[in-house]
Design a binder for this molecule. Sequence first.
Ligand SMILES: N[C@@H](CCC(=O)N[C@@H](CS)C(=O)NCC(=O)O)C(=O)O
Length: 213
Amino acid sequence: MKLTLHSAWRASAPYRVRIGLNLKGLAYDIVPVNLVTSQHHDAAYAALNPQRLLPTLEVDGRILTQSLAILEWLDETTPEPRLLPADPFARATVRAMAEIVACDIHPVNNLRILRALSGLGAEEPARNAWIQRWITEGFTALEPLIARHGGGFAFGETPGLADCCLIPQVYNAERFKADLTPFPAIRAVAARAAQHPAFVAAHPDNQPDAIHA
Ligand SMILES: N[C@@H](CCC(=O)N[C@@H](CS)C(=O)NCC(=O)O)C(=O)O
């Protein structure tokens, strides 16, 4: 199976998929897409992904989009190690954690939203305050779930779907200087993930298109 991931080094949604692919031990090629120059709006990329968003995963030339759909496909086609637990109640809990990030934090902080805010006159400090606000609100909901269900990772002792979403969001939180002090359970998971090879290999700094300051 040939896997090609269209990715951008700092973008959260492809970062989630890189973690998932790495956890599964699957080899894949990366095609970097430059979000800063709006390469995702080029006709060539739009032909792959009509939403003009990252990631896109090519699977033997077939196209998958939407990071959560890709991660669930990965879990169904390469079942071990599991990203979602077997028990339905546990699965719903892990999905709830993932969706706090992927459905409730990330979409309002996405590049196109920030560009729209700029268009309405919001300067960088206002945009950063916006980002911090939604991260803080989402993490305030996520923290007690991780404190209750975590055991090293967000749910239990092994990394899964919730961690695939959480760790890129923590990276963004640090990038945009959101205060993580009130979230010890989230910080503990991030510290644990920072030692895990699948997360290290997926980190933005280790991508072929990384820009090192
Ligand atoms: N729900 C989508 C979100 C995809 C998404 O918004 N990706 C961002 C990068 S993290 C993007 O391509 N942004 C480009 C833009 O906003 O113009 C997913 O999970 O794949």
